[in-house]
Design a protein around this ligand. Structure first.
Ligand code: IMP
Length: 498
């Protein structure tokens, strides 16, 4: 006989709808705050608060350098995936931390590398323009994505495709960003390589960074005014990985594991807290109250909730383990609130796996989650590290699970087995820029909060009233009994996810 058999079904986010509450006049989108605690911090440090309740998943097809930089600018965070070499992951964290300064420490290409070799690095780093140096490390040119076509130039040497230094404006020994910006504006160029007296590359200044400050009021900074960076680790090579990430001054460490209620995870948390007590650790994933208790007692500062619900996940099918995300959130929220009552420590929870559309985010928050982690949502955007492809006249981007055959080299580390896969590989419809998607998403979340009379996420937790809906009711909530005359973008969420 099993220890316990729960006969009530677990529920998914799709099965809930919000019931409106009273909306006061001042409760409109412009007054709503989406600020939320990222990790518990004794001193309530500002950098441990997200300005939007959204982070991107630690996945190869989602969170590279570009996502890390862009999402932090919009007030969220990307968790840089750990299914890659430690040095490459550390390099990505470095590029995020160096981004804000304006003087970006670039990845450097050798002139005698082939375009194909460079292309591989480009895909991992997410950057598109690199300085090129000769055998003595002297700057000889720039290569950007416009200078080659990988299908034509894979075996060509970079030196035969790059823009040579003679035609490039450079700054020598410039330390003042204002001065660098001035040269950039005068030169009509979009990038300025900064060299030392010996002609070696020191940094690069990009024109697009100039107005960032004005454009990104929600940007999250560390104490040195640099963007915050979060990175994933596994419970196998964590000692050397955390050391390398700490050297780059990573702000938050996230343990990437499909089952966080384990001795491996407790040992990893204990080791990090002993050796790097200043770096908060997010643990997970768990789906029970006991799992939450276990992780907070082990020393985590936030907990990821969810198992078996990710859009690329086949864990439930393969292993029979998992739980509907809504039920998981409800259970863990109870444990979080109990723990808060007992200790005064509010350990935020992150809903992860199966949060695919805006209404899923809203329902997860209403149920008590503090923020969500999403993979599919971000994989569709320009800022994810994959290339667009056209299939049957539709623009798509590849998306694959960390436990899929495609991520095979590393799946052993997360899924701790090699005989079967726990994820699939597929395509998602290209969705354009992060900015456009986020703006619409955030506006919808705020609007739902207004309907419930909540001005911020804490109020939303207290005021939200939710109801389980029937399958017929879900059907009724979509356009019905008419012929749709156009492909209406407003229904993209419906088209893409349901
Ligand atoms: P999505 O937002 O529904 O696409 O789910 C993303 C989440 O799925 C990630 O944050 C992970 O928690 C989880 N995940 C990533 N890769 C796999 C996999 O291969 N199998 C099962 N779950 C996965």
């Amino acid at each position: 006989m099993a220890k316990k058999i729960i006969t009530e079904s677990s529920r998914t986010l799709m099965e809930y709808r919000l019931i409106p509450g009273y909306t006061a006049k001042e409760c409109d989108n412009t007054n709503i705050s989406l600020r939320t605690s990222f990790v518990f911090s004794e001193n309530n440090e500002k950098k441990y608060w997200l300005n939007i309740p959204i982070i991107s998943a630690a996945m190869q097809s989602v969170s590279g350098a570009k996502m890390g930089i862009e999402l932090a600018k919009f007030g969220g965070a990307a968790v840089i995936y750990c299914s890659q070499a430690i040095s490459t992951q550390a390099q990505i964290v470095r590029s995020i931390k160096n981004h804000k300064a304006g003087f970006v420490k670039p990845q450097i290409m050798k002139s005698n590398m082939t375009v194909e070799e460079m292309y591989k690095i480009r895909k991992e780093s997410g950057h598109s323009t690199f300085p090129v140096v000769d055998e003595n490390d002297k700057f000889v040119g720039l290569i950007s994505k416009w200078d080659y076509d990988i299908s034509l130039h894979a075996n060509t040497l970079i030196q035969d495709r790059m823009i040579p230094k003679e035609t490039i404006e450079v700054g020598i020994n410039i330390k003042d960003l204002k001065r660098a910006n001035q040269i950039l504006l005068e030169s009509h160029k979009s990038v300025l390589p900064i060299l030392d007296n010996k002609g070696k590359i020191e940094s690069m200044v990009f024109r697009k960074d100039i107005n960032d400050q004005l454009d990104f009021p929600l940007e999250i900074h560390d104490e040195k005014k640099r963007l915050i960076a979060a990175a994933a680790i596994n419970t196998h090579d964590f000692k050397i990985r955390v050391k390398a990430l700490a050297k780059e001054e990573v702000d938050v460490i996230v343990i990437d594991s499909s089952d966080g209620h384990s001795q491996y995870q407790a040992d990893t948390i204990e080791w990090i807290n002993n050796n790097y007590p200043k770096i908060p650790v997010i643990g997970g994933n768990i789906i029970t109250r006991e799992g939450f208790r276990f992780l907070v007692e082990a020393g985590v500062k936030a907990v990821k909730v969810g198992m078996g619900g990710g859009s690329i996940c086949i864990t439930q099918e393969q292993k029979g383990t998992g739980r509907g995300l809504a039920t998981s959130i409800i259970e863990v929220v109870k444990a979080r609130d109990e723990y808060f009552k007992e200790t005064g420590k509010y350990i935020p929870i992150c809903a992860d796996g199966g949060v695919t559309s805006t209404k899923d985010i809203t329902i997860a928050l209403a149920l008590g989650a503090d923020y969500v982690m999403m993979g599919r949502y971000f994989a569709r955007m320009d800022e994810s590290p994959t290339e667009k492809i056209v299939v049957n006249n539709r623009v798509m981007k590849p998306y694959w699970g960390e436990g899929s055959a495609r991520a095979q080299n590393w799946k052993l580390r997360r899924y701790n087995q090699s005989k079967f896969v726990e994820g699939v590989e597929g395509l998602v419809e290209y969705a354009g820029h992060l900015r456009d998607n986020l703006e619409e998403t955030l506006s919808k979340i705020k609007s739902s909060m207004c309907t419930c009379g909540a001005m911020n996420i804490t109020e939303f937790h207290k005021k939200a009233v939710l109801e389980v809906v029937s399958a017929l009711s879900i059907r009724e909530g979509k356009p019905h009994d008419i012929y749709l005359s156009t492909e209406n973008p407003e229904f993209n969420d419906l088209k893409n996810t349901e």
